[in-house]
Design a protein. Sequence first.
Length: 172
Amino acid sequence: MPIDFSKYIASYPDFPEPGILFRDISPMLENGEVYRAATDKIVDFAKARNVQMIVGPEARGFIVGCPVAYKLGVGFSPARKKNKLPGETIEESYGLEYGKSSLYLRTNAVKPGQRVLVTDDLLATGGTIDATIRLVEKLGGIVVGTAFLIELSDLKGRDKIKDYDFFSLLKY
Ligand SMILES: O=P(O)(O)OC[C@H]1O[C@H](OP(=O)(O)OP(=O)(O)O)[C@H](O)[C@@H]1O
Ligand SMILES: Nc1ncnc2[nH]cnc12
């Protein structure tokens, strides 16, 4: 029987602030079979695009991207928030559904011409993924796909990344 992935997403009204309906992937992660099946969907998407490197934003982009990198035998580089990455980094700032922030990537994270998959748990306004893509492209990487567990379609994040191949497991 195919897995109904939607059963493993919890919804919390007014978290972390009033008006936000928070979609929580924790139940999916807490079930080994379901986490693996969800990861395998992204692995298939990545294999079809000959992905050579994965970059994901802190923190939930790591949860999605790292097991895919492990399965493919490619590297993963974290795009991190302020004061988390030592050494030489590049920065991009962005707005999100709640708040504003910056992401940083190591200047050695991606080689020019490398085929990169960008992963995150959820696409909302698209600010986070757009900043992550800009970081990769600043280093000369080629973003061959973007992959998420969840897309919040009302927030139109896909409009920001319409030039890129896209995968999402679930849509709300
Ligand atoms: O499409 P956007 O409007 O940019 O929103 C999506 C981003 O928001 C959440 O991360 P958050 O910034 O809350 O950080 P966290 O993963 O560290 O909890 C989520 O994990 C995505 O990265
Ligand atoms: N509604 C939402 N649920 C979970 N994570 C989010 N990140 C941005 N918006 C979110």
